[in-house]
Design a protein around this ligand. Structure first.
Ligand SMILES: [Fe+2]
Ligand SMILES: [Fe+2]
Length: 393
């Protein structure tokens, strides 16, 4: 049963599936409190491989003349964005943080790792597994970037700056899932087969961020998401330290530092768009926030729990790994980063969008306070990822 207690960002603007025990068969249309038609849900057939709970699919919403902007920014991207990639030889690799299987001391290192992991509580493991599964759905994120008009990798080995960025970004990200996956595997604390099934389901489902092949929307989305993952991995690092696993803290911390670098690059792209086209960019920002930023793994499923993502999010909220407050903080950070309050010369519509994004964080915080005040006793549910051990939501 979905939690009525946890207040997490995914549900900020949507009515919950009240009374719906099975999200895969429950096709309640979610009403948006803001009323944009773009967020109306479409019905999908309950097929094994069909994504569920999709938005109405809007495609190619950016006009051709604006797509040209990205072509004209090729050289700019080369000198301003590609510099945020790290050369492979300077990058850490998962093996740097894992027992070396070719060494004499391998078994001893593994048993030390397992000893450390014994102290880690189940609710923390649920958060770490959820984060790992999110990272492991990387094929979906590369696909998503390659849906964007004007910046997609047209050939698979395109020499444009945008395509070089996307491939190298993917290659950097690939280490995140690898490292967390191997560490959790060695820990012996989690049900790897259930986790692997969840990853397969998730990659098969894809994601539905509502970015409409529109690079304005796409880069606003990735700016938000990189910061969200920076915060979430930073918090799992902090918690690992508290639970006495300094190696795991180091792992989560090093991943968080990659996310920070990615955030810097994506926010720089959007900053440039604000410089070139403040009106179009502020409209895009407001549009994404009205649709709300869906988390990359929002379609996750393990073959058992139809509300798995909501349950994982509820645990992350309760533990402070990723919360509604973080969502509001990220929004506020971006509003300040892009100096939205200082934009001038906007149309009436642009002014409204500016006002909307500048005041949204405080509205979200007020909603959060109300939800906290209404919070009832949290329920406990089993998570298949940890052999159905019960975890409080
Ligand atoms: Fe990542
Ligand atoms: Fe990242």
């Amino acid at each position: 049963m979905a939690s009525r207690v946890a207040f997490h960002p995914q549900t900020l603007f949507f009515s919950r599936r009240e009374g719906c025990r099975d999200a895969r068969s429950c096709r309640v249309s979610m009403a948006s409190a803001i009323g944009s038609s773009a967020v109306t849900k479409v019905e999908t057939q309950n097929k094994t491989f069909a994504p569920r709970d999709l938005h109405i699919q809007v495609t190619h919403s950016l006009p051709p003349q604006k797509i040209e902007i990205f072509k004209s920014l090729e050289d700019w991207a080369e000198s301003n964005i590609l510099v945020h990639l790290k050369p492979v030889e300077k990058c850490w690799q998962p093996q740097d943080f894992l027992p070396d299987p070719s060494s004499e001391g391998f078994y001893e290192e593994v048993s030390e790792l397992r000893e450390r992991c014994k102290e880690i509580p189940d609710d923390y493991l649920v958060c770490l597994v959820g984060d790992m599964i999110t990272e492991e759905a990387l094929p979906t994120y590369q696909t998503m970037l390659n849906t964007l008009d004007g910046v997609r990798d047209e050939t698979g080995a395109s020499p444009t700056s945008w395509a070089i960025w996307t491939r190298a970004w993917t290659a950097e990200e690939n280490r995140h899932g690898d490292l967390l996956n191997k560490y959790l595997y060695l820990s012996g604390r989690v049900d790897m087969k259930q986790i692997e099934k969840t990853i397969q389901y998730l990659i098969g489902s894809g994601m539905d961020p509502g970015t409409e092949n529109n690079p304005y929307l796409g880069f606003i989305y990735t700016s938000f998401q990189e910061r969200a993952t920076f915060i979430s991995h930073g918090n799992t690092a902090r918690h690992a330290k508290e639970h006495g696993d300094l190696k795991l803290a180091q792992i989560c911390g090093i991943i968080a530092s990659d996310e920070k670098r990615h955030e810097t690059a994506y926010t720089k792209i959007v900053e440039k768009l604000f410089e070139i086209d403040p009106e179009g960019t502020v409209l895009g920002f407001a549009d994404m926030m009205k649709k709300k930023i869906s988390m990359p793994a929002h379609l996750m499923y393990d073959g058992r729990d139809s509300n798995l993502f909501e349950h994982f999010s509820a645990v992350a909220q309760r533990l402070g790994v990723y919360t509604a407050k973080d969502y509001a903080d990220i929004l506020e950070f971006l509003v300040n980063r892009w100096k939205i309050g200082d934009l001038t010369g906007l149309s009436g519509e642009g002014n409204k969008a500016q006002e909307f994004v500048c005041t949204l964080a405080s509205r979200i915080r007020r909603l959060e306070e109300r939800a906290q005040a209404k919070a009832k006793q949290a329920s406990t549910i089993p998570f298949s990822w940890i052999y159905d051990r019960q975890v409080q939501l």
